[in-house]
Design a protein. Sequence first.
Length: 205
Amino acid sequence: MNLRFDTNGLIPAIVQHARSGEVLMLGYMNEEALRLSHESGLVTFWSRSRGEIWQKGATSGNTLRLVEIRQDCDSDALLVLAEPAGPTCHTGARSCFYRDLSAAPLDAPAVPGSIVARLADIIRQRGEQQDEGSYTAKLLRGGVDRIGKKIGEEAAEVIIGAKNGSPAELTYEMADLIYHSLVLLESQGVAPEDVWRELERRFHP
């Protein structure tokens, strides 16, 4: 490898949600942690405080499934793309970067569009849990016919909202349409990222 580790044999590794783009945490890797990450498929760090190898989520279960690792232009920092299983921060927050400079907690994610990936995850969970009281689970059980009917209804309401010249109504109805579209994708085993890749293919300059 051509990586430039510091005098302690470490390199900073920024972890980013592979689908939403949200920055999740910062950790440090040595050569062994980097090797173990590749071999196990689970992101592994070197704990500077404990002085030992540390696989993220080994205790909590909130692991980070490795998707890809990139190095920066100077080869002295890593970008780790991963799929989180649960919250990344030890506090239970989705990301370690959940406070502003005054230490006040922030509710909104740093990447607004990441809500799509989070919603897709929730839809998948609802389908797996099959809670009788879950509207999402009920839609998924109904299959294409039930979901398709809702998409048709929501699409019509989007048009009505636009015709009414109401930004608030249009926003509300468009959110409904996007949600039901994500449910349809889940029912068909299609990831939202497949749609993004198709858009990228069509419009990449």
